[in-house]
Design a binder for this molecule. Structure first.
Ligand code: ATP
Length: 328
């Protein structure tokens, strides 16, 4: 193990996700275990620029593994996109004696870390924390499992009221660029149709499917719509369109919104975050830098950040097929 890293900074950046606290805890406890110092950087890159730091020991992360959100707060920071802002951040890290950092966040946060590493040759390691599950190099990101369980729970409740009134519900879920939440939660909750950014099913198919569903005697219908769906209409416009073309339906809309980011992390996310935190710190101490920790086939792997941020992960074609079959 390289000996030059004595103090590691850890922070959360971009949109928060359940399980970020478990990842922070893991980084802090791994540092304590390996007898190196750990410093919490508050509010992401903004706090780095402002020197908003606090030493964290093993006990300072008691009782956070089960909490949603992030104790270190998260932020978006325009100043860090400028060379001047990054210079300030570097000066603060040097002043504090921080030798390397672990960033827990999404693509944008990793992009910032990559530029920072290139400019200052500063060791960085990424942990994917986002509910969208859209990062190359990891089958799962921290927070995704919790988010889909939250969505399934909400849809189960919506279904209760939908079937009592023979209603059709359009439920909008997060996913501007990727449909992982919509597809997984949709299959898990037994949705009739799932509209995702990766494919445009077209309005005709939607109407046909709803007609079929009514004919077959279903007492309620749930259509999941990802925010970035390509059908060309938002959930409210879809409601109007269907009411106009299929007046047999009593249509309602539910936009789940930010509740999808909150809540106590599932056991899966807690375990994933704990494993990734250990791997991130150990990898830095082994002299590795500019990687993101990921998981594939239940093994932890490292992917160069430059690769991880290149594109979004592909949608699971097999799951789309399963969804099609289930809605027969
Ligand atoms: P989410 O998945 O929720 O969008 P994210 O990590 O992708 O999370 P972003 O808002 O894209 O969130 O990025 C977080 C922060 O990272 C930005 O506010 C900015 O400070 C920094 N950042 C992003 N891209 C760059 C870049 N190209 N150069 C420097 N800093 C960047």
């Amino acid at each position: 193990m390289g000996l030059e890293i004595k103090k590691i900074g850890v922070f959360t950046s971009g949109g928060d996700s359940p399980g970020m606290n478990a990842a922070i805890r893991s980084v802090v406890r791994t540092c304590a275990y390996l007898k190196i110092e750990c410093v919490g950087i508050y509010r992401g890159y903004q706090g780095m620029i402002e020197g908003d730091f606090k030493p964290l020991d093993a006990r300072s992360v008691n009782n956070i593994i089960n909490k949603g959100g992030t104790i270190l707060k998260s932020a978006r920071c325009e100043e860090f996109r400028t060379a001047e802002g990054r210079k300030k951040a570097h000066e603060q890290l040097v002043k504090e004696g921080i030798d390397a950092f672990v960033v827990i966040g999404g693509n944008g946060s990793f992009g910032g870390a990559l530029v920072f590493n290139e400019e200052f040759n500063f060791p960085v390691m990424g942990i994917p924390g986002t509910i969208d599950n859209d990062i190359l190099g990891s089958t799962y990101t921290i927070g995704f499992d919790t988010a889909i369980n939250t969505v399934v729970e909400a849809i189960d409740k919506i279904r209760d009221t939908a079937s009592s009134h023979n209603r059709l519900f359009f439920v909008e879920v997060m996913g501007r660029d990727v449909g992982h939440i919509a597809l997984n939660a949709g299959v898990g909750a037994g949705a009739e149709e799932i509209l995702i950014p990766e494919q445009n099913l077209g309005l005709e198919r939607l109407l046909d499917s709803l007609k079929r569903s009514k004919k077959s005697g279903k007492s309620s219908s749930i259509v999941i719509v990802a925010e970035g769906d390509r059908i060309g209409k938002n959930v409210f416009e879809l409601k109007e369109y269907v009411e106009e073309h299929l007046p047999i339906y009593d249509v309602r809309v539910s936009v789940l919104g930010h509740m999808q980011r909150g809540g106590n992390p599932t056991c899966f996310d807690r375990v994933l975050a704990s494993r990734m935190g250990v791997k991130a710190v150990e990898s830095l101490l082994e002299g590795k830098s500019n990687y993101m920790v990921g998981i594939r086939d239940n093994n932890l792997i490292l992917t160069p950040i430059s690769e991880a941020i290149k594109a979004h992960t592909d949608i699971d074609k097999e799951l789309i097929r399963v969804s099609d079959i289930m809605t027969t």
